[in-house]
Design a protein around this ligand. Structure first.
Ligand SMILES: *Cc1c(COP(=O)(O)O)cnc(C)c1O
Length: 297
């Protein structure tokens, strides 16, 4: 993969409630794997970009909202690999551009806005046909980057992680469920996987993850579940408690968190410790999936 990758550290998190409960908390700082294509997005893009290049594509096209970490990462990765990138963004352009989209444009990405109604039709052959008429041939990456090649990339990361460190549980934030499916697939039961939904009404995500796993391979997978009550009001919504947690983790534990994903995971894990969800003596590994660029929006 011509996209550079930096090896990432594992940080111990000394939370008083964890010490009290006899639980060891580790954080895999995957947010540090690349300056711009960071966290889970590096792994989700890895085989997609390799495939695009192997198939001779010069252009990648993807979809997302105006604050999408996936669009940000795709723009940077495509620029680095000398691929043209196009983003189909939901909603109208708002000026000044936010940090995510101004960065994407600086990286050379073509940002193309469509109405929410059109965006809902993005998977239809009619709309994709129009995009091909307008932009020519391209390699298509879905919204959020979740597809089987993304799961393959994350599964590879999970296998490496299980070689590097021993843990009983891994916790991660869940948006589409692609990263979670990759973790479950790669760990093959080596640890229990607990996802924290960042979406309100995230119950459907279990079906999404199960569906991806089924498509990915027939092997039986280890234990996993998604917690749905730590969304703090829904996607990109936050509460004063979440803000306070971000500040506390930054100043007290040298752990930078983003408000959309990773802070909700840490808040969820703290509550899970409180309710006794983890066995005494166990090691809980939190996956820092990145997303820190979002704090500049
Ligand atoms: C995109 C993203 C996620 C969600 O990943 P999914 O595979 O869609 O579940 C989690 N954390 C961060 C920081 C992200 O940018």
């Amino acid at each position: 993969m011509p996209l550079p990758y930096t090896a990432t550290p594992i940080q111990q998190l000394l939370l008083p409630e964890a010490l009290h409960a006899g639980i060891n908390i580790l954080v895999k700082r995957e947010d540090l794997n690349h300056t711009h294509v960071s966290g889970n997005k590096w792994w989700k893009l890895k085989y997609n970009l390799a495939t695009a290049m192997r198939q001779g594509h010069q252009t990648v096209l993807t979809f997302g909202g105006a604050y999408s970490n996936h669009i940000y990462a795709t723009a940077a990765a495509a620029n680095r690999l000398k691929l043209t990138s196009i983003a189909i963004v939901r909603g109208e352009e708002t000026r000044p551009l936010n940090h995510t989209l101004s960065f994407a444009k600086e990286q050379g990405m073509h940002v193309h806005y469509v109405s929410r109604e059109t965006y809902r039709q993005k998977e239809t052959s009619e709309f994709l046909g129009l995009l091909h008429d307008q932009f020519g041939s391209f390699y298509q990456i879905p919204e959020g980057g979740t597809n089987l090649l993304a799961i393959q990339g994350v599964a590879e990361f999970a296998r490496q992680l299980a070689q590097e460190v021993t843990f009983d549980y891994v916790c991660l934030p869940v948006g589409t469920g692609g990263t979670m499916a990759g973790m479950i697939a790669g760990l093959e039961g080596a640890a229990e996987v607990i996802g924290i939904s960042v979406l309100k009404n995230g119950a459907f995500l279990s079906g999404e993850v199960a569906g991806w796993l089924k498509k990915f391979s027939d092997i039986p997978y280890g234990k996993w579940r998604i917690e749905t009550s730590y969304h703090h009001g829904g996607y990109a919504k936050h509460t004063p408690e979440l803000r306070a947690l971000i500040e506390e983790m930054k100043t007290g534990h040298a752990l930078p968190l983003d408000a959309v994903y990773t802070a909700k995971m840490v808040a969820g894990v703290r509550d899970l410790i409180r309710v006794g969800a983890f066995n005494e003596g166990s090691t809980v590994l939190l996956l820092h999936t990145g997303g820190l660029q979002g704090q500049y929006n």
